[in-house]
Every structure is written in structure tokens, then in C-alpha cells.
Ligand binder design. Structure first.
Ligand code: ATP
Length: 481
């Protein structure tokens, strides 16, 4: 989490400042050269994953709407996170706290005073820039330069700009009615510590997990859905006895990195980057980011912080409630320390798409394919009648009805079979079932593999179970060397 001090907000890694513990290469300014962000944006638009929001009104800067396949992909990201956090563990429980919270929450957390970025305005072009990130910004005046470098640039001194969106609760708009859209989900967890401790029958080490929308009035959003003003977070606060914090921090670093690789992200496109001392939030004794090699360079997917007892102590002080754990067995009373893996749904979805994007020539034709892990793919199997006659559409519908009960499936009978396959390749559907003339005679179909393009003849009976079974198998990206 970028805590309430601006120093913790990361820009593209500067190896001169940060200690980088990379799984792969550590070169400066390294970028993912396999695909451009423009190609990703175009595919997402073309196939209905993601659209600019309010498009018919000319759009609203850096807000996006997710279409059908985008929703399915994001649901897969969230479901996999829930599965890893709650489904496969006994020590984490779920929470869904309100977006609007008492304004004192943000006083206690430090966000009201310090969740700021330094902002500089240009009096000439009227643009705003993050004063600590001018290196990566460009001035809209031609010839394009960095802000401040052009002959007409006239930048103001940097001033702190709070990133929280302010609103009013109730019909009267006065200072007493001010509330904020939450800039992170984490505080909703800390303020519920006592409730959860009481009702979940857990004791440290245990965690509380939450997924939900967060809002930040970012000065310079950008890189598609990487940085937006409205986004979704997946945060888990793991409460531990103080002397176990370091050990749990290490364990969560490993767990979280493995989550991405098990879901097919190539290990050499992921790395852990440890924050330098000057970059740490005031509450954190150690933070590392999981970074992915995006087209714009290595960038944060998730931060994993050791937050100590900062949050519980602050809320205890501001609310007057005791937020601690009393161990009846030992008679010990303590404020648990917190390890926090904080990830973004939108960034993760973007990384899965970028990592999966591939093009190749097949029989003289170019094909674009998303080589997604089958569990990430929005649709697992497409059922296609070879032609729209001779009873094939009806038969294909029967197969579709049987298969969709076990795995997310799609039926498509419009257009040539080649075009239909290309469409499925672009949305990352790992398997295609074709119902053809032979199906009508012997109840077999062809099963096409998205990556190898191999087609095998299989019995309809048992196929749905076979596909459901395949979804649970370990998987590696065919793009891995
Ligand atoms: P950054 O340095 O990139 O601004 P951060 O360190 O401020 O990120 P955290 O506060 O640690 O981010 O939030 C946890 C996660 O939430 C981030 O790793 C990221 O995946 C996601 N996230 C944060 N801000 C945004 C945003 N503006 N748009 C999309 N996702 C975001």
C-alpha cells in the first residue's frame, strides 16, 4: 500500500536507488518488447474486454469500462485470489467493508494529512505533472520535451496534492458532512479487527481478506488500466505475534510471487523489488513489490509490506477501543503486527493479458492468440458446428448444454470456421470443439488445442469431465523458452 506519505509511491524503478532482487534480468530501463501497449489496447477494444468509459461523451480521462470478456477475466483473477487466500487456507477470513467510512478513519491512518503527491502546474500549457516524476512525463508543447525543459515552460513550485476524493454525506453540504471515497481497502479491515476477532474464532497468526473498489485522484494516470482513478484492490492483512512478523513477511513474499507463476505468468517477466530505506512508508519496516515487465518497463503489480503495529495502534488511539489480542493460554496481551500483500485486480488482469499476447504465422496467415492459463481464460471451451446445416447446429447445442454445466463455454455458429477460431484465439479460449459430419454418425467431435493447434478426435461422452479435470492440471506458458 502506498501509505500516507508520498515517499512510498513508486515510479519506474531506478536501480540507482533501489535494491533489486530480480528473478530474471535487472537491466536498467528494460521493457517488454514483445508487444506494445497500443496493441493490447486495440485487442481489448476489438474483442470487448475493455472500453474507454463515457465514450459517447468523448470519454472521461483514465476511466474504463469492462465488457463481457473483461468481466469474466477479472472475475477469474478475483476468484483465484479468493481461492488462494480463503479456499486453500484455514487461517484467513473474508470481509467486505463499506467504501464510505467515518472521516476519522483517514485521520488515524494518516491519509488526510499525508496521502499526497507533489504537484507542479505549468502556467503555459496548463498541464499538471507529478513533480517527483518529471523524468517520465512529457510536455504537450512541440517539440515534445520533459516538463520544464522547453523554452516556454513555466512550472510552479511543487505543492502537496491530496489524492483522496472528497464527497458529502447527507443533504447538507458542510464540513461536518465531508466524507472520502476510500483510497485503499485496508483500513476497512483494521477498523473491523475487533469484530472479526470476536466472531471468527481465530487467533494470530490469522488474516482478513477483502476485494473492493478504491479511488485515488491520481495526478498522472496512464498506461491503460495500469493507473486509473477508480480501480479494484485485493488486500489481505495478516495479524501475527510481533516476534513472528519477519518470518511471515518472507513467507508472504514467496506465496504471492508463486501465485502469479502458478497462474502461468512467465517467471523471467516477474521479479521482487525490495524498497530502499528512503522509499519505505513511515509505518513499514520492510516492503517488497512484485513487479512485472510491462511494455513501459518493470512496474508494480503488488506490494507486500511489514506494517508493524502502526494501524491497530493508531485506530486504538483515535477510537478509544482496545485493538489487541489477549492470549488466554499464556496470559499475554499484545497488539499484533501486520503483514500486508496488497494487489490490484486491474493491474493483474493487464499483466495476464500482456504476458499471454502472442502472434504467429499459421499456413501463411497471421494469427493473434492470448495464451492464457486455462483457469484465467474468460471462456474455457467453444462449441462450434462446422456448418449451419445437416443437423450440426442442433447437435452442437446438445454438446454445448452438456459441457457448459461443467466449464464456462460459448456456442458460436456464425461465419466461417476459420474466423470463429481466430475470434476464440484472440479471447484466449484454450479448447475448441467442432461438431462435423462424422459426429452425426459416431458421437465423436474434434478437440482443438489453442496453443499447439493439434486436433484430436474424441468421444462426446466424458468430454466435459475431461475438460474440467484439465483445468486443475499444472500449466506452463508455451511462450516460456
Ligand atoms: P503505485 O506506486 O503504482 O502508485 P502504490 O504503491 O501506491 O502503487 P498500493 O497503495 O501499494 O499502490 O496499492 C496496492 C496495489 O493497488 C498496487 O500494487 C496496484 O496493483 C493497485 N493500485 C494502486 N493504485 C492504483 C491505480 N491508481 N490504478 C490501478 N491500480 C492501482
Amino acid at each position: 500500500m502506498a501509505g500516507p506519505d508520498s515517499g512510498s509511491r513508486t515510479v519506474l524503478p531506478d536501480p540507482g536507488i533501489y535494491t533489486v532482487h530480480a528473478m530474471g534480468e535487472t537491466a536498467e530501463q528494460e521493457r517488454n518488447e514483445e508487444v506494445t501497449m497500443d496493441e493490447i489496447v486495440a485487442l481489448c477494444k476489438r474483442r470487448g474486454f475493455i472500453f474507454p468509459s463515457s465514450e459517447i461523451y468523448g470519454g472521461l480521462g483514465s476511466t474504463y469500462d469492462y465488457g463481457h470478456y473483461g468481466v469474466l477475466l477479472r472475475n477469474n483473477v478475483k476468484n483465484e485470489w479468493w481461492r488462494a487466500m480463503v479456499g486453500e487456507r484455514d487461517d484467513i477470513v473474508a470481509l467486505d467493508s463499506a467504501i464510505l467510512q467515518h472521516p476519522r478513519v483517514w485521520e488515524a491512518s494518516g491519509h488526510l494529512a499525508g496521502f499526497t503527491d507533489p504537484l507542479a502546474d505549468c502556467r503555459t500549457c496548463k498541464q499538471r505533472f507529478r513533480a517527483d516524476d518529471l523524468e517520465n512525463a512529457s510536455c504537450p508543447q512541440k517539440p515534445s520535451k520533459r516538463p520544464g525543459e522547453g523554452p516556454d515552460c513555466d512550472l510552479t513550485d511543487a505543492r502537496d496534492f491530496n489524492l483522496m476524493f472528497e464527497t458529502n454525506v447527507g443533504p447538507v453540504k458542510d464540513t461536518a458532512s465531508v466524507a472520502y471515497l476510500r483510497p485503499e481497502t485496508a483500513q476497512g479491515i483494521f477498523i473491523n479487527f475487533k469484530n472479526v476477532l470476536q466472531f471468527s474464532r481465530r487467533k494470530p497468526p490469522f488474516g482478513i481478506a477483502q476485494i473492493g473498489k478504491s479511488f485515488r485522484n491520481e495526478i498522472t494516470p496512464g498506461n491503460f488500466v495500469f493507473r486509473t482513478r477508480e480501480f479494484e484492490q485485493m488486500e489481505m492483512e495478516f495479524f501475527v505475534p510481533p516476534d513472528e512478523a519477519e518470518e511471515w513477511h518472507k513467507r508472504w513474499l514467496e506465496e504471492r510471487l508463486n501465485w502469479y507463476t502458478e497462474l502461468g505468468v512467465r517467471p523471467d517477466h516477474l521479479r521482487l523489488r525490495e524498497h530502499g530505506a528512503d522509499e519505505l512508508s513511515h509505518y513499514s519496516s520492510a516492503t517488497s513489490d512484485v513487479e512485472y515487465l510491462f511494455p513501459m518497463g518493470w512496474s508494480e503489480l503488488e506490494g507486500i509490506a511489514n506494517r508493524g503495529d502502526f494501524d491497530l495502534s493508531q485506530h486504538a488511539e483515535f477510537s478509544g477501543e482496545k485493538l489487541e489480542y489477549f492470549d488466554q493460554a499464556t496470559g499475554e496481551r499484545y497488539v499484533p503486527h501486520v503483514i500486508e500483500p496488497a494487489a490490484g485486480v486491474d493491474r493483474a488482469a493487464l499483466a495476464f493479458i500482456v504476458d499471454a499476447y502472442d502472434t504467429e504465422e499459421v499456413e501463411g496467415r497471421q494469427r493473434t492468440v492470448l495464451r492464457l492459463h486455462p483457469r484465467m481464460a474468460p471462456v474455457k471451451v467453444a462449441v462450434l458446428p462446422l456448418v449451419s446445416k445437416a443437423g450440426m447446429p442442433e447437435k452442437a447445442r446438445e454438446v454445448y448444454d452438456a459441457v457448459r454445466r461443467r466449464v464456462p463455454a460459448e456456442f458460436d455458429e456464425g461465419g466461417s470456421i476459420g474466423r470463429r477460431y481466430r475470434r476464440q484465439d484472440e479471447i484466449g479460449t484454450p479448447w475448441g470443439i467442432t461438431v462435423d459430419g462424422q459426429t452425426m454418425e459416431d458421437d465423436t467431435v474434434t478437440l482443438r488445442d489453442r496453443d499447439s493447434l493439434e486436433q484430436t478426435r474424441v468421444q462426446i461422452e466424458g468430454l466435459a469431465e475431461e475438460l474440467a479435470d484439465r483445468l486443475e492440471q499444472p500449466w506452463r506458458s508455451p511462450k516460456e523458452g
